[in-house]
Structures are given as C-alpha cells and as structure tokens.
Design a binder for this molecule. Structure first.
Ligand SMILES: [Zn+2]
Length: 612
C-alpha cells in the first residue's frame, strides 16, 4: 500500500521537507518526496499497520505552521519515479521543532543540534550571576533555581537565542516597573485561554512552529487575576520561541505560575539575577501575526526565520537593485535581499547607485514582491500599498501596459494648526461653523499653536485627525497616528461612524480630499462619539474607500485579482476590514513568506529587475 501525504506549504525554509525526510528515515519504510509549486508530497510504502504508525508519529513530530495552508492523505497506486532533491539553501534561523523541545527538556540542554528545524547551537556552559548558591555544570539546578528566584519576585536578565531579555513573573510590583512595553509570555496554550478571548485559529497560530506574537482581547478573568492592570483591553501574547525561554516556562509552570513579563533588556540596569552563555545567537525579532476573520494568519512584523542571512562576502554579484533601505542582490541565481544599515557588512553599505543598478519606489517593490511570490506578472492585478513610512499607492500591473500608479497619496498639509484651521474656516460656511463650534466646545484643544511634523501618507493624515480631535496634544502626527490606531484596536463593536474619504480632481489627477475626512471626524467628536468608536470609524471608512477605488479600477480593467501590503496593514482593524470586503469581489493575494513592509521591498525589486 502507498500513502501520499500532501501539504500545501507556502514557505521556502525547507523545514517541512526536512521533517518529512527525518521521519521517513527513522522507519524501515521506503518513500519519496515530490514538490510542485507550494505542494509538497511524501509517498510512503508499507503495510497498513506500519503506515498507520507512521501517520501517528508524523502528526506528533510535525508542528503546525503558519505557512501550512492545507493537508491531505490519500492511498495511491504508484510512487513517483524521481525523488525531489532539496535545494541547498542557507539554513534559516528558526524556532525549535517538537523533537528538539523534547530533547532539551530531557537533558535541560538548550543547545540542541537538529537537521530539520533551524536549531543548531554549539554546546555552551551556562553562566549565572547573583545566584545564592554555586552550581557547577548542572543545568537542571540552574534552571530550577532561576525559576524559584523568579517566583520570589525577581526581575532577571536572560540571554535567549534571539538576544537578551528582561524576564519576571506577572505581579503588581513587576508590572508597575515595566508598564507599557511588554509581551505576556504564557507557559502554555491553556494559560492563554484562561485570560484572553481566543478562537481556534488563534490557538493554532500561537502554538505554531513560528510562535508569533498575537494581540488578543483580554477577558473578565484577566482582570480577576491581574486586578492591578487597569484600562488594558488587549495584550501582546506569545509562547516561548527559543529553548532557553522554553525550559524556563516549563520550570515556572511546575511552580504553579503561568504568566511572564518579557521585555527588552536595559543594558545599564542591574538585574536581580542573570543567565548568560557564550554560544553565538540569532538576534532575530520575534514574528508578529494577525489572524484574519476567515482564520488565515498574516505575518505582519519580525524576521525570525523569514529571510536567509548570508554574511560571507559578496562575490559574483550580478545585479543590484535599491529601494530606500534595501539592497537586493541576485547572487548566482539566488535572490537575496539585504537591509541596509546595521545588519549589513560595511562593504555593501557603501554601495552607491551605479551604471546598471536599478532604483525602485518602495510601493513598486512591495507590489512586485506579491506578484513574484504568486507568479502573477502575466496577469492584470491591482496592488494596494499603505505604509507608515512610505508614500501610499494603488497600482495596476498588466502584461499589456506594465505597472501604472492609479493613485498616489502624498498630500501636503499646512505646517501649523492655525493655518489648517484658517483654510478650513475659509472653505465654506458649514466648515467655518464646524470649526467655531468645535473651538467653543473644546477650548483647550487648540489653545496652543502646534507645528505639525512632516506629512505625506494616510498614516499621517490619521495623526492629524488624532491631533484635531484632542487625542494628541502636540503636533507630533506619528504619535497621534499611533494613538488613533490603539484606540481603534480597543474597540469591541462592529461598526464605527462613517468618515468621508472622497477623491477630488487636482490637475486632472485624483487626489484625496483630506480636509473632508478631518472635518467629518470633528463633527462626530462634537456629537459625543468616544475615541475608540471614532478611531475605528476612521479606519473602517478608509478600508471601504480603498475598496471603492478597486471597484472603479475594475470598471476600466479586466482584473484577475488584488494584492495588498504595507505597514499600515499591521493594524488588525484595517487589514481585517479591507481583506473581508475585498475578498467578496476579487481573488486576494497576500505575501506567502514576507512581512508587510520590510524585506519584501527588496525581493520585489530584484524580481522585477530580473524581468527587464
Ligand atoms: Zn528541531
């Protein structure tokens, strides 16, 4: 009998393939691997009972992955003739697989070497500071002691495989020292369910191999357990994504505690206790994800395991492409994108644009990235890019006419609050009355002259709205936008007020009437709508507006689909709303393996460059 296990797997990390081969090798059964596009199949030949055992073991040792979209098992008649040979990609820096975890737990050894997942650490001695007892080469006692000291209330410093972290149990004293910027590290999935509203898809995502951070609504039990945490509607939740934290979670759990505050380490600070080691580490940022309404997960931020890092010189550079902070290189048919700056070797960082080099707009790089990942360059696709850092665009790419910017959002604002108010007042009588009423009702909001920081995109328009509504009391539009997005995220309802986003013609090009959006927001504030509801309306209405533009495009062009990305979509409200509306009318393509506004820019650029 031959069983064919098929996985739709949208990752090039080879983790799935390696785990399948490892599991096959651990049995006397014969089998072959096959790969077509995103579909990986393992054919295994054996008796019915042996195959059942194999399937059981596979499900135990194979972690769920955010990149795993579908699985299927079927009985087939023949094996493929050829065996798929795994390409020789650079090894990714990734979290641990279930087998690694088991081994680390058994030996209290976080320095595990594994052929399948990203783990491969040179054995190292744990070094500890400020422990009461001297413990020599006994990891079990070191970890157990560390957990005990945490249990007694200590704030500790620990080296993880992704850098140094500050770690302490969640209690009032520790929370008051940390306040805002922390992740809640839960010792297991069950503990998450006790304090957060969490659905099946969120559970799968949190526990997946990639171990992303999710922002979840807290439930009423959260306030019972942590009564000292006030006004917190959402919390950044995660499980351990490296074996140092994983062993500590296990020990903390054994002592009857379940919630750990994890935050960045303050190098200047003296910690109660510390654990360190010499072995080289990854220094990656944990992944952050959003689970969409239909259960699909989108990776929004972070770099743990997403892009191979090659730091061994840059011989045979055949093509270079640039965009903002990225250098993309086609190195012997391998596409590698580099972030310029701290991760780069000095040689690359000194690159300047020379003959044959190509420079692309960030938005175009982002668009080409999705098109390339899904092989869509020969289709007519609309691309939507909304970013916190770059200009926003809605674009179309077609084999007939190439890439066209349909609309660019790069509006200018008056530089000061008084100028903005003056323009609004002079627009017409209604606007003038609105401004007067607003100033009468909220005299404090505009009493000081504010200078707006630099403008350009929708993110900054939201920042101005936040300032005009009194959420932010200086002219910092970025801080304002952060506040508005935070308010929207705390909104638990289904519908916000309708903010007017309208296009107007400016030199024959469509332009967003940004003052109209600001004015409608102000009128809802006058009507007494609270900040969370109003902020949600600002984002929801924008998603509807953007989707209407897509409908306009589809009237002029026969569209095969829509893709979208950019860091503005890191907001769960915006991405969920836009995704849900767009999916109703179009085939939607999202990144397979990239975050929304990072390495994708370089990847897209080099793919586009290769086609020239
Ligand atoms: Zn492993």
């Amino acid at each position: 009998m031959i069983l064919k296990f098929t996985f739709e797997y949208q990752s090039t990390s080879l983790v799935l393939e390696n785990i399948l081969l490892r599991e096959l090798k651990s049995t006397p059964l014969t089998g072959k691997l096959e790969k077509y596009g995103d579909f990986v199949s393992l054919y295994v030949k054996g008796g019915e009972e042996e195959l059942q055992d194999f399937a059981d073991n596979l499900s135990l040792n194979m972690p769920y992955s955010l990149f795993l979209k579908d699985t299927k098992v079927e009985a087939v008649d023949i094996m493929p003739e050829e065996d798929y040979i795994l390409p020789n990609y650079p090894k990714r820096e990734l979290p641990f697989c279930p087998k690694c975890e088991k081994k680390a737990f058994e030996d209290y050894d976080p320095f595990v070497k594994c052929v399948a997942c990203g783990y491969s650490f040179k054995s190292s001695t744990l070094k500890y500071k400020n422990f009461a007892k001297i413990i020599t080469k006994d990891n079990e006692r070191i970890f157990k002691n560390f957990a005990k000291v945490l249990k007694n209330g200590a704030i500790a410093k620990i080296k993880t495989f992704n850098g140094y972290k500050s770690i302490s149990l969640m209690n009032q004293k520790n929370f008051e020292k940390i306040k805002d910027d922390f992740d809640l590290l839960c010792v297991d999935l069950g503990s998450v369910g006790k304090i957060c509203s969490i659905g099946k898809s969120e559970i799968l995502a949190l526990g997946s191999f990639e171990k992303p951070i999710l922002e979840l609504f807290v439930n009423h039990n959260f306030l019972n357990i942590f009564p000292f945490i006030k006004n917190l509607s959402k919390v950044r939740v995660r499980l351990s994504n490296d074996l140092m934290l994983d062993i500590i979670c296990k020990e903390v759990r054994a002592l009857g505690s379940y919630y750990i505050i994890l935050s960045d380490c303050d190098e200047q600070k003296q910690y109660d206790i510390e654990i360190d080691f010499d072995s080289k580490i990854f220094k990656n940022k944990s992944l952050e994800a959003i689970v969409l309404d239909d259960g699909q997960s989108v990776i929004t931020k972070g770099d743990l395991g997403l892009v191979p890092k090659v730091n061994d010189g840059f011989k045979d550079i055949s093509l270079k492409a640039f965009s903002n902070n990225f250098v993309a290189i086609n190195d012997n048919a391998k596409i590698i994108t580099y972030k310029r700056g701290k991760e780069l070797p000095p040689k690359l960082d000194t690159f300047t644009l020379g003959e044959g080099d190509l420079s692309y707009e960030a938005a175009h790089g982002a668009f080409y990235a999705v098109l390339s990942e899904h092989s869509l360059l020969d289709k007519t696709i609309a691309g939507v890019y909304f970013s916190k850092i770059n200009n926003d665009r809605i674009m179309i790419n077609s084999p007939k006419f190439g890439l066209v910017d349909y609309i660019i959002f790069d509006f200018d604002f008056p530089k000061t609050l008084s100028k903005l108010l003056k323009i609004m007042k002079n627009e017409n009588e209604t606007s003038s009355r609105l401004v007067e009423n607003f100033i009468t009702k909220f005299p404090d909001f505009y009493k000081d002259e504010l200078k707006f920081s630099k403008m350009g995109n929708i993110y900054k328009l939201w920042g101005v709205i936040a300032i005009m509504l009194g959420m932010q009391n200086d002219g910092d539009v970025k801080k304002g936008a952060i506040k508005l997005i935070k308010y929207a995220a705390s909104f638990k309802g289904k519908k916000g007020p309708r903010i007017d986003y309208k296009l107007k013609k400016d030199k024959n090009k469509p332009k967003l009437d940004n003052l109209k959006a600001i004015k409608t927001a102000m009128s809802f504030k006058l009507a007494g709508i609270d900040f969370p509801t109003l902020s949600f309306g600002v984002m929801e209405s924008f998603a509807e507006f953007a989707s209407n533009i897509l409908d306009d495009i589809s009237r002029d062009y026969e569209m095969d689909g829509v893709c979208f990305n950019g860091s503005l979509f890191e907001s769960a409200n915006l991405i969920n709303k836009f995704y849900t509306i767009t999916k109703k009318n179009y085939k939607v393509y999202l990144h397979k393996e990239f975050t929304l506004d990072d390495m994708n820019l370089g990847y897209g650029i080099i793919n586009a460059a290769c086609k020239k």
